[in-house]
Ligand binder design. Structure first.
Ligand SMILES: [Zn+2]
Length: 180
């Protein structure tokens, strides 16, 4: 996964020679998506205006351009992954998922590029509560802010232990929550 990300990286590298915005922002998708004029994402309808993606309706003359969050989702390359594990999860899966979805919706409303991409049950098959018993759940996100925020929301509500190390720019933030 990491290698795949690296090999895909260059096509999304910013080209600000001498001005290292990537080090500051830490997200090549966002830097590559700096546009010269107003735009609208054909997939999610987010609009781009004066350097920002928002949920405001696009103005006349906005050109179609896929937003960085939809690009990440299509590529299957998250900016952050939060792994949930421990026996507590099996008995509280529904309420934890409700908290995840509520937190995601709140953050996405404020920051259009911060979204949940997928919930992976670890490849054990059909999905559903039975598969989640004991097995880790992997939540992938388009941004690091939301990855941390969802982890913190779960920790605040249910305790357990949360690991959210700082990640180097351009690498995937790997956060973990666990409760026995
Ligand atoms: Zn989009």
């Amino acid at each position: 996964m990491t290698q795949m990300f690296s090999s895909r990286g260059p096509t999304h590298q910013p080209r600000h020679d001498g001005v290292n915005t990537a080090a500051h922002r830490g997200d090549p998708y966002r830097d590559a998506a700096k546009l010269s004029g107003p735009a609208v994402c054909p997939d999610c309808q987010a609009s781009y205006h004066q350097g920002r993606w928002t949920w405001d309706p696009a103005g006349a003359g906005a050109t179609p351009h896929r937003c960085p969050a939809c690009e990440r989702s299509r590529d299957g390359l998250p900016a952050g992954v939060l792994t949930l594990s421990g026996v507590f999860l099996a008995g509280h899966c529904e309420e934890i998922m409700r908290l995840v979805n509520n937190t995601e919706a709140r953050i996405r409303a404020e920051r259009p590029l911060e979204r949940l991409i997928a919930i992976d049950t670890g490849g054990s098959g059909a999905g559903g509560a039975a598969d989640m018993a004991g097995g880790p759940l992997e939540l992938s996100f388009t941004g690091t802010h939301i990855t941390r925020a969802v982890g913190k929301a779960i920790e605040a509500a249910y305790g357990g232990s949360l690991e959210a190390p700082y990640s180097d720019e351009g690498t995937v933030l790997r956060s973990r929550w666990h409760r026995d």
